[in-house]
Design a protein around this ligand. Structure first.
Ligand code: BDP
Length: 324
């Protein structure tokens, strides 16, 4: 066997790959807070493969999962500067930079997950993406990922609104979320995703709120065994591109990016449903108690938040409600 030849043949695909990425006119670093295998990460990585293939190597894509490029707040700053080319972030942290998106950040604004999906797939969803794109943040918003339904998880059980009294609950850095928890009687504390695990462990916080896949994959359940199904937030998550990157793309590349992002939106949904179901099972098997509560007292308690933040969105909220 000719060793040299075998080596060359084996090394060829890698060399071609490296060459392609070195030659790519547009190099996309994609930032994700979630770990490999998470529905968003999988759908976005597949989108990246489509971009590389369809652009014939003019675009290269690399996924940076697990929050290695920083917190979502930092990532947004880097995207605005063009240092990170693409990211998926929670709409929660977009609110402070583009207040017009806060309509989706309001507690109980969607009836259920199906309602939210209808909205993000339709014209209102596009309008909110456009608010981001047309803001002065230098971000182009391309598509929505499904972030499921957020519920409370705590170290001590919350079986009624009264149980939440005084509990320190972590929220994302958005005043609207702090008000939401405070109005429920808790004590909202803003903190980055990556700090929650140790804050729960050391007792700096008594709980947090999120969907089952995050509760599981970020290991928060290890120190918070009670999951109260308040369903207070159903929060979609935009995929954004730095405007600096976007402006350098040819029109046909922009169209390709838009289409691939929208396809990822649809693919992620299927992955999300499977992951949510398996996460619930795993959490239960790990001893997490799922607590069903009457949502009405939680809804009523948060009316002041909807009054305060919702006034400017009155017309839009009517349209959201009207979507069946
Ligand atoms: C998850 C979102 C993620 C947020 C996280 C959080 O997918 O983007 O960073 O919640 O609350 O559900 O920090």
């Amino acid at each position: 066997m000719d060793f040299k030849r075998t080596f060359l043949v084996a090394a060829l695909p890698l060399a071609m790959c490296l060459a392609a990425s070195a030659q790519a006119e547009t190099k996309i670093k994609f930032a994700e807070i979630h770990p490999a295998g998470y529905p968003t990460v999988v759908a976005e990585s597949n989108m990246g493969k489509v971009l590389e293939k369809e652009s014939k190597g003019d675009i290269s894509f690399k996924m940076f999962a697990g929050g290695v490029l920083g917190s979502e707040k930092e990532v947004i700053e880097q995207v605005q500067l063009g240092a990170i080319q693409m990211a998926r972030v929670s709409l929660g942290v977009v609110g402070p930079v583009v207040p017009e998106v806060n309509v989706f950040n309001m507690p109980f604004v969607f009836r259920d997950q199906a309602h939210m999906r209808k909205i993000i797939d339709g014209e209102i969803g596009q309008e909110i993406l456009d608010k981001i794109t047309n803001s002065d943040t230098k971000m182009v918003a391309l598509a929505w990922m499904d972030g499921g339904t957020r519920n409370l998880y705590t170290k001590k059980p919350v079986r009624s609104l009264a149980d939440l009294k005084g509990m320190k609950i972590r929220v994302q850095g958005n005043p609207l979320f702090i008000d939401t928890i405070n109005d429920m009687g808790g004590n909202g504390i803003a903190m980055d995703t990556g700090e929650i695990f140790s804050a729960l462990q050391t007792g700096v916080i008594d709980g947090a709120e999120n969907n089952p896949p995050t509760l599981l994959e970020h290991n928060h359940y290890q120190n918070a065994k009670y999951y109260t199904l308040t369903g207070h937030l159903i929060l979609p998550e935009p995929v954004v591109m730095s405007k600096t990157t976007w402006d350098k793309l040819k029109p046909e590349e922009q169209a390709l990016v838009k289409k691939a992002a929208r396809d990822a939106q649809m693919e992620e949904r299927t992955l999300w449903d499977a992951k949510s179901a398996s996460a619930e099972e795993k959490l239960k098997a790990a001893g997490v108690e799922f607590i069903t509560v009457d949502k009405k007292p939680f809804f009523d308690a948060t009316q002041p938040v909807r009054d305060k933040y919702g006034a400017q969105f009155a017309e839009l909220i009517k349209r959201i409600d009207a979507v069946q």
